[in-house]
Design a protein around this ligand. Structure first.
Ligand code: GLY
Length: 388
């Protein structure tokens, strides 16, 4: 087949990042299209949906923290707008998070995180083990203390994705349900894509927002190719029968023997347990070892989970970048922009990414809050300029 469709903005990738970009672009009056065989899929189908700017703070990621907080601040209005436009409930729950320690090593790690949070001006309260159990009676008696972070919330990423598809449709975004195979470059400028079935989609600007697959689109010039890699996460879904509710009141998380484990309770009774972090290329197999480790660690935290039905196991691929931060905005290839590399923070960063990309598409410039996330920071010249 060979048919040509033209748009102002063509977004490659219909995950939540691509959809938020397309929605905001269409609201700004751009004639916008998304190319994806299954819009609303991608890593959001697996993700737990923690909005955890404070509890997922890491040393060396203070720049990213600024963007994470900017997005967290936007969430209430973003969620309300999406619900108003679509009539869909997003499972947005301002429930807070409790990060707990099970042994002396975990407690030392949490104390350090607490110090870093306070240095960064973030709200987080140290609690004794007894106070943690008062908040969450299902916690193991051995919990040695924890951090209460009332500002770290959650959303249901699957509902978010469905709502974004609906919002895009209402805003006039055109969906091309096909695989983008190759970027078309005409006179050194991105001019659209060619799909796997031969369809040509022409566009003034192309936004590559294909998550971990973003580095694989054929035809992208080397200097514009995003350095993203897949980082596998296995995630379990359990169901809390009504007679056990409320099983947990808020997200509960911990580092157990060096691995992160979190339990995210939804209002509809779903309990999401995640996640492994594995550098295994494109493999998305759910393994006995992955399920075992998650259940073992979650059981140490909350022994009662062994009573719950295990309803789903799944693996997804986070789009990892060299500095764990996203790549947003124009590239060295004119007409080609990136919105990828969101790694562990894709759900959290969805609102700010949509706004940032709409701003760039309108003005040609990244807004101040996103300047540090230019893809150009990974270009050879920029890397050479870094102090040794
Ligand atoms: N942000 C949670 C995860 O990546 O597992």
């Amino acid at each position: 087949m060979s048919r040509t469709c033209t748009s102002d903005v063509l977004v490659v990738g219909g995950g939540i990042i691509g959809l938020a970009t397309a929605w905001r672009a269409a609201q700004r009056g751009f004639d916008t299209a998304v190319v994806d065989p299954e819009p609303g899929g991608g890593a959001a189908r697996v993700a737990a949906g923690m909005l955890a700017a404070v509890t997922e703070l890491h040393y060396g990621e203070q720049t990213l923290l600024g963007l994470n907080l900017a997005s967290a601040r936007r969430y209430p209005d973003f969620a309300a707008e999406l619900t108003e436009v679509t009539g869909l409930d997003l499972g947005y729950r301002r429930c807070g998070t409790l990060a707990v320690a099970l042994d002396a090593d975990d407690r030392a790690h949490l104390r350090e995180l607490h110090a870093l949070q306070r240095q960064s001006g973030l709200e987080s309260e140290w609690l004794s083990g007894r106070d943690c159990r008062r908040l969450e009676p299902m916690l193991a008696p051995g919990v040695r203390g924890g951090l209460r972070v009332d500002g770290d919330h959650q959303i249901d990423p699957r509902r978010l994705a469905r709502a974004l598809v609906a919002a895009c449709e209402r805003a006039g975004v055109v969906f091309h349900r096909m695989w983008a195979e190759r970027l078309s470059v005409v006179r050194e400028r991105a001019a659209g894509i060619r799909a796997a079935d031969g369809t040509e989609l022409a566009a003034e600007r192309v936004v590559l927002a294909a998550g971990s697959l973003s580095g694989r689109l054929a035809g992208v010039p080397d200097e514009a190719l995003p350095p993203v890699r897949p980082v596998k996460g296995q995630v379990l879904r359990l169901t809390v029968p009504k007679r056990y509710a409320p099983f947990l009141n808020r997200t509960v998380r911990a580092v157990v023997r060096g691995s992160h484990v979190y339990l995210v309770p939804r209002e509809n009774g779903e309990l999401v347990v995640g996640a492994t972090s594995e550098e295994l290329g494109w493999d998305t197999t759910v393994t006995a070892g992955g399920v075992y480790e998650l259940l073992r660690d979650a059981h140490e935290l909350v022994p009662g989970i062994t009573e719950l039905p295990l309803t789903e196991t799944r693996a997804g691929l986070r789009p990892g970048s060299p500095d764990n931060a996203p790549l947003l905005g124009p590239t060295e290839c004119e007409g080609l922009l990136l919105a990828t590399g969101h790694y562990r923070n894709g759900v959290l960063l969805t609102p700010v990414t949509g706004d940032v990309m709409a701003h760039v598409l309108t003005t040609g410039e990244l807004p101040e809050e996103a300047r540090d996330f230019t893809p150009r920071r990974f270009c050879a010249a920029a890397v050479e300029e870094q102090p040794a």
